[in-house]
Design a protein around this ligand. Sequence first.
Ligand code: NAP
Length: 246
Amino acid sequence: MTNRSSGSGVALITGANKGIGFEISRQLAKRGITVVIGARDEKRGAEAAARLRDEELDAHHVRLDVTDASTIEPLPRFFEERFGRLDILVNNAGVLLDEGTPLSDLDIGVLRQTFETNFFGVFAVSKALLPLIRRSEAGRIVNVSSQLGSLADIGDPGSDYAGFISFAYSSSKVALNALTALFAKELRGSNVKVNSADPGWVQTDMGTAAAPLTPEEGADTPVWLATLPANGPSGGFFSSRQPMAW
Ligand code: NAP
């Protein structure tokens, strides 16, 4: 029986060998959830899971490149055979390939590559695992998005990010937010909640050391959404646990 508040269940976190995904894994495991670290590099995934086990947490790993169908296809069977269930999916894997690149210089290949990971990868992994998550009494899907994917923020000349240029990344996160809203719409009335999380600007390889938030702080909203109670929201976009404009 799955009861999020008592901290049981099994979670897959994509791109979890480092950064925010690793911290989400740690915080979920600290709540008593069995975590599976998805990593495109098998060795880095195994090392990350071992680090959590050193903290006496229940952590495992699976090779998962969200742009590679051959690593997605075995996932349902992996969870079925190893754990008999999957309750939480955190779509965290993401790439930022075009920071500072004006539209006039943006290669369409970079745009496609960005969407492969940040959008199509999320769709493919979610679609593959949805039948298993639907069987959970409290299924939760969290898509790690960004303030840069808020159309309201993009249109705001006073935004903190008004000077930040990243057409491919921002548009992929706008599309990801649409995916959140549409999956949630289709799952309305079911036990599965789907939400987008903005982690804030976080000190990771992507966020750089200049960011104000630690990975621990950045993981907070995704973890909160992954462990929502039955009366929690679905189909929303949240930052610091508060609703954010799409
Ligand atoms: P990060 O330190 O660069 O980590 C990104 C993770 O995604 C790595 O584990 C990376 O694996 C993995 N990844 C990339 N492509 C993948 C693929 N095709 N398949 C599987 N895994 C893949 O970045 P982060 O800051 O932790 O970012 C995590 C999420 O938060 C991303 O979705 C990002 O857009 C979002 N976000 C970050 C910030 C920020 O300030 N840091 C702000 C807003 C949103 P490798 O180690 O193999 O490269």
